[in-house]
Design a protein around this ligand. Structure first.
Ligand SMILES: NC(=O)C1=CN([C@@H]2O[C@H](COP(=O)(O)OP(=O)(O)OC[C@H]3O[C@@H](n4cnc5c(N)ncnc54)[C@H](OP(=O)(O)O)[C@@H]3O)[C@@H](O)[C@H]2O)C=CC1
Ligand SMILES: O=C(O)[C@@H]1CCC=N1
Length: 276
């Protein structure tokens, strides 16, 4: 199988490197295409893949094409790709808010997988959700799942609406965690800790809590109860968060991302977006 990654930015480079260093490709080649000379030099210096600066030299040879450019570049890229693609090829897009319908129409093809990864893919701990057009076979889906899993874990979802929902949870989710980390670091700094110490206190606390959570089937609420003693410090903090409706506010934020993903999808299809 020949795989082509289009766009060698954060995500494209991450996927290409993960595929290259995994045992995903037992035969065929891994190609990567970008337009910027600086990016091309960086890609070449890795020595991991076959780097192309022309679509014509790589696109027709690809069995699977992973599209990893920014959504704003999608229309121009698809117009350039269209004369060189065939219905046998399978297209995997990780572009946020670009629907399968838009890609099928833009490229004039049938087999499209839409995936929503997240940034921890950079360190092999990504969470990717994906769904596919009905033209993609079970065998092809299994291969795509293995490809996505080179950057962490993946989950297949039944619809694009669920992809939009997962964008509000796992796609944008790392930023919510960083938000919480920043708030705790700000508190630590106010309490007089040096920034390096604040960073250690916060990062080890997050890492330890996640490790604990993954060590059993207990819910976050079960774990909260284990940390909090009656009348103790944790109860004081949790009561403060409950009093300020923090749970509901976090849910509202996740829904804001979900709604924005839906809006972007509609815009990619040229539909009006109502802000009612
Ligand atoms: N970052 C994240 O957490 C997540 C990102 N995504 C999605 O991943 C996609 C890629 O994001 P990211 O890697 O951060 O973006 P980057 O801007 O880092 O990478 C995109 C790359 O594609 C290049 N490019 C632009 N147009 C073309 C073209 N026509 N042909 C070839 N290459 C082109 C860009 O070059 P140049 O810089 O010169 O424009 C750049 O090198 C986006 O669609 C985003 O929605 C999805 C989930 C999470
Ligand atoms: O913010 C965004 O639009 C993209 C999608 C999920 C993460 N980053």
């Amino acid at each position: 199988m020949n795989v082509l990654v289009i766009g060698g930015g954060n995500m494209g480079m991450t996927y290409a490197a993960a595929i290259a260093t995994s045992n995903f490709l037992t035969d065929g080649s891994l190609m990567i295409f970008d337009k910027s000379e600086e990016k091309l030099n960086e890609l070449r210096s890795k020595g991991l893949f076959d780097v192309h600066d022309q679509l014509a030299t790589c696109l027709p040879k690809a069995d699977v094409v992973l599209i990893a450019v920014k959504p704003v570049h999608a229309p121009g890229l698809m117009a350039e790709m269209k004369p060189m693609v065939s219905d046998e090829q399978l297209f995997v897009s990780i572009m946020a808010g670009v629907t399968i319908k838009t890609i099928r129409k833009g490229l004039g093809v049938g087999k499209v997988v839409r995936a929503m990864p997240n940034l921890p893919a950079l360190v092999g701990l990504g969470m990717t959700s994906f769904t596919a057009s009905e033209q993609v076979s079970r065998l092809e889906l299994a291969a795509i799942e293995r490809l996505l899993d080179t950057t962490g874990r993946s989950i297949m979802l039944p619809s694009e609406s669920k992809i939009d929902a997962s964008t509000g949870i796992s796609g944008s989710g790392p930023a919510y965690i960083f938000y919480f980390m920043q708030a705790l670091m700000d508190a630590a700094t106010k309490m007089g800790f040096l920034e390096a110490d604040a960073r250690l206190l916060v990062s080890q606390t997050f890492a330890g809590a996640v490790e604990l959570f993954n060590s059993s089937a207990l819910s976050p609420e079960d774990w909260m109860a284990k940390v909090a003693s009656k009348g103790g410090t944790t109860r004081a903090a949790l009561d403060s968060m409950d009093g300020n409706n923090v749970n509901a506010l976090i849910q509202e934020a996740a829904y804001a991302a979900f709604r924005r993903a839906e809006e972007l999808g509609k815009q990619s299809e040229g539909k009006e977006v109502s802000h009612a």
